[in-house]
Design a protein around this ligand. Structure first.
Ligand code: HEC
Length: 153
């Protein structure tokens, strides 16, 4: 290996090291910034409600934020819907409708599902018509409250 080849090899190593290092720093910022407070704080009831939601497969027919099955409607904002809300949800659970089965939940379990849906509702809007697309491609979400990470009742 002559001097020239040796220099090239050395230079390539430096370039690759710099790129790898920059990649690591970049990833650190991408994956660590802005994520600190995003873990939802659900009440005990809401957590039980979420377990019921999952165990009874509500999500195979319903969506939250557009994600889930599509046989039934999206339930993200059902609790704050002025003509729906708690009794409406409980009514559907009690009696079922069309392809939706009727569920034999206790009053406590129904309250827990309602607590879960209420917590989900507090997190935002779906569809979020007021979300803004910024020129850099970032989406500015229209949150429901200033403290959007506190979902406790
Ligand atoms: C097999 C599919 C299926 C499952 C499982 C299911 N649903 Fe439904 N659900 C439906 C369908 C379909 C409708 C719409 C009926 C209609 O509008 O006529 C509906 C409607 C509803 C509504 C009324 C929505 C609205 O905006 O009018 C609520 C609330 C609801 N379901 C809650 C639940 C909950 C809670 C669970 C789980 C415990 C659940 N559903 C499980 C199919 C399902």
């Amino acid at each position: 290996m002559n001097i020239k080849e040796y220099e090239n090899k050395h230079r390539n190593r430096i370039i690759i090291s710099v790129l790898v290092f920059t990649f690591i720093i970049y990833n650190y910022f991408v994956y660590s910034s802005g994520t600190e407070n995003l873990a939802p704080k659900l009440s005990k009831d809401a957590i039980s409600g979420q377990i019921l939601w999952q165990e009874n497969n509500c999500w195979t027919c319903h969506q939250l934020y557009g994600l889930g099955g599509y046989l039934g409607p999206d339930l993200t904002n059902i609790m704050s819907n002025p003509v729906k809300g708690e009794n409406y949800v409980k009514g559907f659970i009690n009696s079922g409708v069309k392809s939706m089965p009727k569920f034999n939940f206790t009053e406590e379990e129904k309250d827990q599902i309602v607590a879960f849906l209420r917590a989900v509702d507090k997190t935002g809007y779906f569809p979020d018509y007021k979300a803004n697309l910024q020129p850099n491609g970032w989406v500015e979400i229209n949150y429901k409250s200033a403290d959007s990470t506190n979902y406790l009742p």
